[in-house]
Design a binder for this molecule. Structure first.
Ligand code: CO
Length: 136
C-alpha cells in the first residue's frame, strides 16, 4: 500500500465542478480523460501527495450516472495505490472483500479494481497499480 491516490467525487457537470473547486480551493486541474469502460469523464486535481478525482457520467445508466441519480452528487470512492495489484487483491479477498469484476484499465494508464462497498464498511474502494511509464 503506497498512498491514498485519490478521493473521487461524483458530479453532474464536470466543467462546472472543476471550475468551482479549483477556484475555491486553489487547486489546478492537471489531467482530464474519458474512461470509456467506466462511462465517465474524469478530472484530476492534485492536492499534495493525493488528488481529487471529479467524475461525470457519460451515460445515465453508467455506474456513476446511477449513483448520482440515486444519491445525488458526493464522495464516490477512495483509491489506494498499491505496488502489486494482484497481491493486494488477493489479500483483500482473504479478508472477505468482494471485487467488482476483474482488474481492468483505469485512468492515467493504471490497472484498477473496485471492491464492493457492502463488503468494506460502506465505502467503495479502488485499488490502482501504475505502470512503469505512468509513474510520476
Ligand atoms: Co478512481
Amino acid at each position: 500500500m503506497k498512498r491514498l491516490d485519490h478521493i473521487a467525487i461524483a458530479v453532474r457537470d464536470l466543467d462546472a465542478a472543476v471550475d468551482t473547486l479549483s477556484r475555491a480551493l486553489g487547486l489546478e486541474c492537471t489531467h482530464q480523460e474519458t474512461v470509456a469502460g467506466e462511462q465517465v469523464r474524469t478530472a484530476f486535481l492534485p492536492v499534495g501527495e493525493t488528488h481529487l478525482e471529479l467524475l461525470e457520467s457519460t451515460h445515465p445508466e453508467g455506474p456513476v450516472g446511477r449513483f448520482v441519480e440515486k444519491r445525488g452528487e458526493g464522495i464516490h470512492h477512495l483509491c489506494f495505490e498499491v505496488e502489486d495489484l494482484d497481491q493486494a487483491l488477493a489479500r483483500c479477498r482473504e479478508q472477505g472483500l468482494t471485487p467488482l469484476g476483474d482488474p481492468r484499465a483505469g485512468a492515467r494508464g493504471t490497472r484498477v479494481v473496485f471492491l464492493h462497498p457492502r463488503s468494506a464498511h460502506g465505502v467503495l474502494i479502488e485499488l490502482c497499480e501504475r505502470s512503469r511509464e505512468s509513474r510520476t
